[in-house]
Design a protein around this ligand. Structure first.
Ligand code: EPU
Length: 300
């Protein structure tokens, strides 16, 4: 990007603007080269100013939330990178409805809903995503996914203007939504939860967390499940059966606890992870004739 554009962005935005900022600091994998320019807008107005400018100048950008489902290239990113978690952190309950900002931490939201005796978000316990990231991915578990709860999604269109979608417009599917092929930014969502028994909801969440800590490698840097599950099986089980557990390239390792996770043992690079992904896909293809599809998003 031209020097003049970088200076313009720095002057335009009231939030943080960082140059050559290592992105490994912003991903749960702790992997990723530098962003030529990383912007952390401080509120909606700030973000709108930025998006309008980028739109006018035809400068492309990439958006990150909590960085939990991402693998970022070792070479870093030349686009403008926008980190969204400060833009909208509203949490507002109206009866059994909930209005919440795209930057809100999903497990925190799940806890607040539980404390009000509202059920529906239990699955999100310990799922390290922002609300916005979770909507883009339609994050979930076998207990449910975020699309099941949504009524409306307010986004920032590429022009920088706000726009509202109804759930029916969003093409939700298993771990996918229309937003995966769309450069719109999730600003706010409205959800409908169910009234339930507070103590029961909290107990259920505690059980989910204990189970997750027991069978997922949560104490090492990772990016959640690497592959989506094929329609009638579990990718983790298949990789395990194909002998993938513990395979290692550089410091990237197929978790010995859950085979659909890759963990960073210290200094893993994106290249290590990509090579390991190819290796594992080969193992599963040879044993089952199935091509595993990635769930994590690779940015380069
Ligand atoms: N299994 C193995 N070996 C392994 C891993 C799993 O044999 O290494 C077996 C388990 O014993 C179990 C079956 O495979 O019989 C399914 O495993 P699990 O219950 O862990 O569920 P999963 O299908 O592997 C899904 C989600 C997870 C979510 C869990 C918990 C996907 C791709 N994964 O995993 O989500 O946390 O259920 O409900 O949908 C994520 O999306 O990032 C993620 C981690």
């Amino acid at each position: 990007m031209k020097r003049i554009e970088k200076d313009k962005i720095r002057d335009l935005v009231a939030g943080q603007v960082l140059f050559e900022e290592p992105l490994k600091k912003y991903t749960s994998f702790q992997i990723g080269g530098p962003a030529e320019i990383l912007v952390i807008p401080k509120d909606l107005e700030d973000l709108q100013k930025l998006i309008k400018y980028l739109y006018k100048q035809q400068i492309s950008y990439q958006v990150i939330g909590n960085g939990t489902n991402l693998l970022i290239s070792d070479q870093g990113l030349r686009d403008v990178v926008i980190k969204l978690n400060k833009v909208n952190n509203i949490i507002k309950f109206v009866d059994n409805k909930l209005i919440t900002g795209g930057g809100v931490n999903l497990p925190v939201l799940a806890k607040k809903a539980a404390q009000r005796g509202l059920s529906g978000l239990e699955f999100a316990t310990g799922l390290p995503a922002t609300v916005g990231g979770a909507v883009v991915m339609n994050a979930g578990t076998e207990l449910g996914s975020i699309a099941d709860l949504l009524l409306k999604v307010k986004v920032l269109a590429i022009t920088g203007d706000l726009k509202v979608y109804e759930r029916e417009d969003l093409e939700f599917n298993y771990r996918s939504s229309k937003f995966q092929s769309h450069s719109e930014i999730i600003y706010e969502v409205e959800m409908e939860l169910n009234k339930g028994d507070k103590e029961l909801i909290i107990d259920r969440m505690r059980e989910i967390l204990v189970k997750r800590k027991g069978n997922q490698p949560l104490s090492l840097p990772n990016a959640g499940c690497i592959f989506v599950n094929p329609s009638s099986d579990s990718a983790g089980r298949m990789i395990d059966e194909a002998g993938g557990k513990g395979l290692q390239i550089g410091d990237a390792q197929i978790s010995t606890k859950h085979a659909n996770f890759i963990v960073n043992l210290g200094n893993a690079t994106a290249e290590d992870v990509l090579n390991l992904i190819e290796r594992v896909k080969g193992l599963v293809y040879n044993k089952y004739g199935i091509n595993l599809e990635q769930e994590i998003k690779f940015l380069e």
